[in-house]
Design a protein around this ligand. Structure first.
Ligand SMILES: [Zn+2]
Length: 362
């Protein structure tokens, strides 16, 4: 009898523990899984479109009522199968017809910044659009990809909190703070009735409180790094370049260098996708790391803005005039890398297929 009683007690005990711990393991593991992934970094819409030859349909921006953002609204696209790239292309083309726009789309592979967070967008109604930055998380179909996307989202949001001197404060329960869900905007501010991202999060056993704690984790980590780096003379340069990370496209043919700045025989052609892991100064020249002991000169990825001195046409790789692509005097073009020679004339590359006469721009 005693044994039996003990067994029942044991089963009851472990049964209960089992239920509790299953939930907790599930809940905790998205964040612990997330933390294993590297940040994918920010891709800028206008640069991405330029490289893809798609027209940039500039969003005018909403002025913040306090002159700067007061926090961030977390969204979820509710668009299964659509990547950040898909959403970015669609919203760039359609925003003035669908009356919707956000500051960024995030998925497991990248963060596409649609417009500067210095301006508001059309993401969560009149009460929120002139107060908060709006960020959309894209839907993923695996638990790993979800964790990776959430990691990108949290790191990006934590960086924005630092940038605008905002303290992390979860607004989802009390309608007061810097981190909002779209659902919380609907509940506490009105002007909108969406309830994302809660339903999508729930699918993965996740919720806004857990996401908030991931944001807070990165906020604190970034603060710590900032303090330990504060005497580093490279800090400013680091901040400038910090956003070029993750998937980018080479704007110019680029030789691969080793970690000592020695050129290798590998040449990557303009238009090739590369993954930027970080940057390094070698002999005072900036390089991006694109692989293990693989570096390319940063100007092949960082654009230089130049101005047309006169009306000029873009040219093909063979130097042929592109009649449809007139660059008017005074307008700006983004060039990559150093000058190249086509038929004895010097050109700058705009991307893999378009060039402009170096003597026509400054
Ligand atoms: Zn939303």
């Amino acid at each position: 009898m005693k044994v039996r009683k003990f067994l029942i007690a044991l089963i009851a005990f472990f049964g209960v523990i089992g239920v509790v711990s299953t939930n907790q393991v599930d809940a905790a593991s998205i964040n612990s899984l997330a933390k294993k992934y590297q940040y994918s970094g920010v891709t800028y819409l206008y640069k991405m479109l330029k490289l893809e030859g798609i027209k940039y349909n500039e969003f005018p921006g909403v002025e913040y009522q306090n002159g700067k953002p007061e926090g961030i609204v977390v969204h979820e696209t509710d668009d299964p199968g659509a990547t950040a790239h898909d959403e970015a292309i669609y919203f760039n083309r359609e925003w003035n017809k669908i009356n919707a726009y956000v500051n960024a789309f995030v998925d497991s592979k990248q963060i596409i910044q649609m417009c500067s967070p210095n301006v508001g967008t059309w993401g969560a109604g009149q009460q929120a659009n002139n107060r908060f930055i709006q960020i959309e998380l894209c839907e993923e179909s695996s638990r790993d990809a979800f964790a990776k996307s959430v990691n990108n989202d949290a790191i990006y949001i934590a960086k924005l909190l630092h940038r605008y001197d905002l303290k992390p404060d979860n607004a989802c329960d009390d309608g007061d703070g810097t981190i909002w869900s779209h659902k919380a905007v609907s509940a506490f501010l009105g002007g909108t009735d969406h309830v994302d991202p809660d339903g999508y999060f729930a699918k993965w056993g996740y919720d806004m409180d857990q996401f908030y704690s991931l944001i807070k984790y990165y906020y604190d980590l970034q603060k710590k790094n900032e303090n330990t780096n504060s005497k580093d003379p490279n800090k400013i340069k680091d901040e400038v370049s910090a956003e070029v990370q993750g998937a980018v496209t080479l704007g110019h043919d680029a030789y691969v260098y080793d970690k000592n700045g020695k050129k290798t025989k590998t040449l990557k052609l303009a238009g090739s996708p590369v993954t930027v892991l970080g940057y390094k100064l070698i002999n005072n020249k900036k390089y991006y790391q694109i692989g293990k002991n693989q570096y390319v000169v940063a100007t092949n990825i960082d654009a230089t803005v130049r101005t047309a001195k006169k009306n000029t046409y873009l040219r093909t790789r063979l130097g042929r005039i592109q009649k449809d692509n007139l660059v008017r005097k005074g307008s700006r073009v983004m060039t990559y890398g150093s000058k190249i020679t086509i038929n004895n004339q010097k050109y700058y590359a705009l991307n893999a297929t378009q060039y402009v006469l170096a003597s026509d721009i400054r």
